[in-house]
Design a binder for this molecule. Structure first.
Ligand SMILES: [Zn+2]
Length: 261
């Protein structure tokens, strides 16, 4: 099995790369369901996908990314409009799974799949409802520590089995503590400076989760790199908004997510 895998991977390097993209799109389709149903405390497995009109969606009308493109964003049963966010999340997951596969050794890449799925799910639930469920932040943190102990290569640790396992676990715990601690102190300072809560408890746990998977360097990068990239994207948008007088769309967009499930 492992030999077959190594053989295919060596001779057809594109095979698993393409597979990871398709797999990512499929997982992304499932994440759309999770993002919509988990905050509503409904099962993500049952019942299957139904349209807003109540009709079940046939499998051939539920193919990630492609269905939306072929049907031009409308349901085949009733012509109801589907948000472009669904294919966007599928495409995002596909691209990130592909990137994880080509950038990391197989085991780390597959742990990356799980990490990416957790990240996307919590990000969009946070956008819709301004909450990050504990099962993603705290649950993710525990899974990150556990996977680091089981697979030291996740934290870039090599060497004697048991020692490497312990070392990797320690790296992960330190990552979680530094990640969570950093956000906690930024939140405290932000509150002193701006006199209003800058970040929530959810963000503290969330960056702790990132640290558990990526180590403390990853958590620091997620914090400052994320803020930097966010500013790069947000500044032009705000500026253009000023110039063209776009209205700010405030509040949550939870109701928009009700179009498909
Ligand atoms: Zn319909």
């Amino acid at each position: 099995m492992i030999e077959n895998f190594t053989y295919i991977n060596a001779d057809f390097p594109w095979f698993f790369a393409v597979f990871s993209f398709i797999f990512g799109a499929t997982v992304g389709s499932f994440l759309n369901v999770c993002i919509y149903r988990i905050p509503a405390e409904r099962s993500v497995v049952f019942p299957g996908s139904t349209c807003a009109c109540g009709k079940p969606i046939a499998w051939y009308n539920n193919i990630p990314i492609l269905t939306w493109v072929f049907l031009r964003g409308r349901a085949s049963c009733c012509g109801e409009k589907f948000s472009a966010r669904y294919p966007a999340i599928e495409l995002l997951t596909a691209v990130l799974f592909y990137a994880s596969w080509v950038m990391h050794p197989p085991v780390v890449a597959m742990i990356g799949f799980l990490f990416i799925a957790f990240l996307i799910c919590s990000t969009f639930i946070d956008l819709d409802h301004m909450i990050i469920p504990d099962r993603f932040s705290i649950g993710g943190m525990l899974i990150g520590v556990l996977l680091s102990i089981l697979f030291p290569s996740l934290q870039g640790v090599e060497g004697q089995p048991i020692i490497a396992n312990i070392e990797s676990g320690v790296h992960s715990i330190i990552g979680a503590l530094i990640g969570a601690g950093l956000v906690y102190w930024i939140a405290v300072l932000g509150e002193i400076v701006f006199r209003k809560p800058a970040m929530g408890e959810g963000d503290v746990k969330f960056v702790g989760f990132i640290g558990a998977f990526c180590g403390w360097q990853g958590a620091v990068f997620a914090m400052f790199g994320g803020a930097f990239i966010g500013t790069l994207i947000l500044l032009p948008v705000l500026l253009l908004g000023r110039i063209f007088g776009w209205k700010q769309r405030g509040g949550t967009s939870g109701s928009e997510a009700a179009e498909e499930e």
